[in-house]
Structures are given as C-alpha cells and as structure tokens.
Design a protein around this ligand. Sequence first.
Ligand SMILES: Cc1ncc(COP(=O)(O)O)c(C=O)c1O
Length: 440
Amino acid sequence: MSRPRFPYSVFGERFTRPTGALELMDDLGRALGGDADVAFLGGGNPAKIPAVQALVRRRLREVAEDPAALERMVSNYAHPAGDLPFRRALASLLAREYGWALTEDHIALTAGSQASFFLLFNLFAGRTRDGGLRRVLLPMTPEYVGYADVGLDDGLIVSRRPAIDERSDHTFKYRVDFTSLTIGTDIGAVCVSRPANPTGNVLTDDELARLASLCRAAKVPLIIDGAYGLPFPSIVFGRATPLWNEDIILCLSLSKLGLPGVRTGIVVAHPEIVAALTNMTAVLNLAVGSVGPVLAQPWVESGEILTLGARAIMPYYRDKALRARELVERELEGLPFRMHEPEGAFFLWLWLPGLPIPSAELYRRLKAAGVLVLSGHYFFPGLDEPWPHRDECIRISYAQDDETVARGIRILAREVRAAFDEANAGRAGRRERPSAGAGT
Ligand SMILES: Cc1ncc(COP(=O)(O)O)c(C=O)c1O
C-alpha cells in the first residue's frame, strides 16, 4: 500500500490494509453496482426471493402509512441495545418456540453480524491486563473470511484443520477433528459458523453439543454464527437443531433472510454480555439502526420469520444447490475435483486436488475471463501450519440467477481445464527435451 498523505496510527495501519473481506466486498459492490458484465459467483449477497421481496414491499408501504412506525423506524434514535419492541418480540418468540428462558435483556442488536464479531472477538480476546494474549479458537477451518481481520491485536485467531470424510468420487465433508481439539488457557472464546461459510457444511447436533461441553469445561463462551442458519433464515437442507443456553452466544442476522441492506445483527446471550455489547455500541454507534427491526417486527410477532425459512427460503436455495451441483459435475467431468456436501447456506466449495496453480491465481484468471468467485486461501484464518489444500479450493455462490450461475461454471471449467492442460503440456515438454538433447 502506498504511504498515506498523513501518517497513520497502528490502528490506522491495521484497519486500512487490504483484507479478504475487502476484496470480496469490493468485487461484490462493483458487480452488483452494475460496474461490469461479470458472472458474479463471489460475495455472500442473498438471492432476491420473490416471496421475501413481496413481504418487504408490503411492509414498507404499511410503515410509510403508519406515523408511529415511521417515527420508530427513521425519526428516533433507538436504545444502544437496539429497538426495544423488536427485542421483546424476539425474546418471546424464541422462548415460546424453543423453551429458551429469554427476555429482552438477552438480546442486543448490532450494525450487522460482522459488527457483532468485531465486538465479541475483541471483548473476549486480545491483550490481557497481565500482558498475555487471549485468542479466539476456530475449531475447524475452512471458516468465514470475515473473522480474519477483526482483531485489534495481531494473532487474535487460532484455528485447526478438519478431518476429511470422503463421501463419493466427487463429494466430501469436513468434520471437527476432536482428536486434536483442546481449549488451552490462552483461549477466550470459540466460534463456529453453522451452516459454515464457505463450505455449506452444517455441524451435526452431536458435534455442536461436544463443542459446547468442551467450552463449558474450559469456561469460555461458544459463539455460534447462525447467519445462514437456525432458527432463521434456516438455510439448512437436512436436520439440525438450534442450540442456545447461557454459555452460548448465538449470532443471527437479517441479511441472509434477504435484507443485507438494513445491516441488522442480533446477538442472543447472557444479559451480562448483552450489557457489555450495549456499552460498546453506545461508544461506537450511539444507537443501532431501526430500519431492520421495525420492518421485521410483525414477522417476529407472528412467528413468520421462522416459517418463511422453511416455506420459501430454504427450498429456494436447496433447488439451486441441486442445479449448481449437477452443472459442476457435468462441466468438470474428467478433471480431478471434489465438492463439499452442500448442506446449507448458498455456496459450493470446490476442492481441486493437484491444482497446478494456487487458487489465488485461478481467481485472477477467472476474473479476467469474466467470472468472480472467491479464492479458498482466505478461508483459513489462524491456521499457521502449511497445508496445500488451502490453495486448491474455491468458493462459488449459487445465489444469482440460473443463467449467470451456469455461465460462470462453464467459464470456470474451461479455465481449470486450461490450467491442468498447461501443466501437463509443461511436464510432457520437460520429458521430451532431454531425449531430444541426447540425440544431438
Ligand atoms: C458466516 C457469516 N457470518 C456473518 C456474516 C456477516 O453478515 P452481516 O454482517 O450482513 O450480518 C456473513 C456475511 O456474509 C457470513 O457469511
């Protein structure tokens, strides 16, 4: 990066450097801003699902005609923990549905769950009074790129490799490797995304229960990132149960429901943690935006926020996953590829064993060819050991329309084939050259 006009502080240097999150959001902003005619299979933008769009449109009209709701939405600062009626309604819905003993004091809203992770990771990890460094443990990588750079201190994140369960010629599943998982005294919190971004993996109930009990024994909170999951927007294709208790911090969001523009993150946690987040929000933002909470309030009161997932959102992505999977299998036929079992969220995680170029180079070639994906190497935050696997994977989002996804996958297959062909031609050339030399 070039030198700034005026020198930056350590904080300034740290938070202005290029990151994976910046690259993906920059690609996303440009592609969806209409900057370029690319097949956008990058970013985590949700699809425009007609049933959700209709609901939002209707509710916006309703708010526009309701002076009290409009005032609440845009004319008043909310409480720094977030809009009170929304928090009350959500606590009572979750208590009713899952038997969790919640009140509004268990719920803090934030400016999107990315902001929740910034606050939570730095609350529990970082420099300690005695000069030590506490970290956040990711029990299994690949894991969400957005965690990588939120720490005020370097080295905030530490992570583990997964066990790989090979399912069929072309599919596999990552599993938490409990044989090597210990939670040392330097760990301040453990975090998992469920469903996982980038893999679409859904930790089983059993894996989650084991993690929760390890955390309880180590006296650290388990942060469950449910941005795609449970209880809403419920983009989970198989069976999985939402989990919460006072040792668990459940992070939810309105984004993947179809409302990333409103920037509403939701943290369900022990009141002491909610109070800490509230204090931090007052310093950072004064208050939390109320557009999302006021929009979603009636869906929370009626419980529709839960049924919408099962009725409209999950089937939409499940069908798209099936079509994307078939396309990948057809287009990459004959190439060495494996796909993570798509169990939720809206990504295909493709592993190309023996890929002759690093995935970051494949990303650049694909970008030049008009397709945006995400290079897999970003998704191993905190993993210090060398592992070729991390340069052999890419993430494809299938949230865009079918034509865009199909075009993107066709170009991807062409570029991957070209990379393998180049490498094979190079190897053949090297084999031939010595024998030609021997003849002269
Ligand atoms: C796993 C995961 N967690 C959290 C987020 C952050 O979402 P938001 O800040 O929009 O709530 C994302 C966004 O893509 C994500 O994929």
